[in-house]
Design a protein around this ligand. Structure first.
Ligand code: ZN
Length: 253
């Protein structure tokens, strides 16, 4: 195993010599193969982690407002949500390249951003990461499930196992085309099903790339709560890369 690792490291070094690595967004040279973006973008990613947000719904925290005004319309059904940032530059562009540009190699960088968010959230207890599944036709078309790739990389970074515990029964089309929260929820009703697993005593964390209205997370939670009570997880939470739609604030002290 160590020999294989040394061979891999040597191969990467040789590749760097003949083909210098460049930033995934700007195209500028980066110092080594571990740096996927230029330092300025790394700093901007770190800044996104500073944004304060509501751990119940993922929306930005409004300064001076005691209770989150977004929670009533963003019921996720989870105990909490951890996010790596708002859907803003440069996270937004990186997600787009990762997901739609099929740049799978961005998964480690994006997962490290999630791991940092998890640590900032006081490293809440986790037993298993469960990626949100795609319908098999969608996954075939895209070539991969972005949430599974993120969960795999995150698993290695934080030492929590990942398990494909949910199945997508329903193809819901492009949710971004749906016009309302109500429509999204209706489209996703019964979309997921838990595998026949005893989840009792497990602290489950759903993994997804982007949370827009929270309808997908809500539907995934419903797959667990549809199980007989004795098989349901002790706690269900979610960790996502970005939250959209309710993230218009800057970093707050
Ligand atoms: Zn909230």
């Amino acid at each position: 195993m160590k020999t294989a690792h040394r061979f891999h490291a040597a191969a990467v070094h040789a590749l760097d010599m003949v083909m210098p690595r460049t930033c995934w967004l700007t195209g500028a040279p980066v110092s080594d193969s571990q740096s996927m973006v230029v330092p300025a973008l790394r700093d901007e990613l770190a800044e996104l982690l500073q944004y304060r947000y509501c751990h119940r719904c993922g929306a930005d925290r409004l300064p001076g407002v005691a209770s989150c005004p977004f929670c009533p319309n963003r019921r996720l059904g989870t105990a909490e949500i951890v996010r790596a940032g708002p859907y803003a530059h440069p996270l937004k562009e990186l997600i787009s390249r990762f997901k739609f540009g099929r740049h799978w190699g961005l998964a480690p960088l994006l997962a490290s951003q999630m791991a940092d968010a998890w640590k900032r959230a006081a490293s809440p207890s986790m037993d298993v990461l469960v990626p949100i599944p795609l319908h098999r036709r969608r996954e075939f078309g895209r070539g991969f499930n972005q949430s599974r790739e993120l969960a795999r990389c995150l698993s290695r970074l934080i030492g929590v196992p990942t398990y494909d515990g949910l199945v997508r029964r329903k193809s819901t089309g492009h949710q971004s085309a749906a016009t309302s929260v109500h429509q999204r929820r209706e489209n996703l009703r019964g979309a997921f099903e838990s595998k026949p697993v005893d989840w009792s005593n497990q602290e489950v964390w759903l993994v997804d790339d982007v949370c827009t209205t929270g309808s997908t997370v809500h539907a995934a939670v419903a797959a667990f709560t549809a199980l007989p009570p004795k098989y349901q997880p002790a706690r269900i939470s979610a960790i996502v890369l970005a939250v959209t739609g309710v993230s218009v604030m800057g970093p707050q002290s």
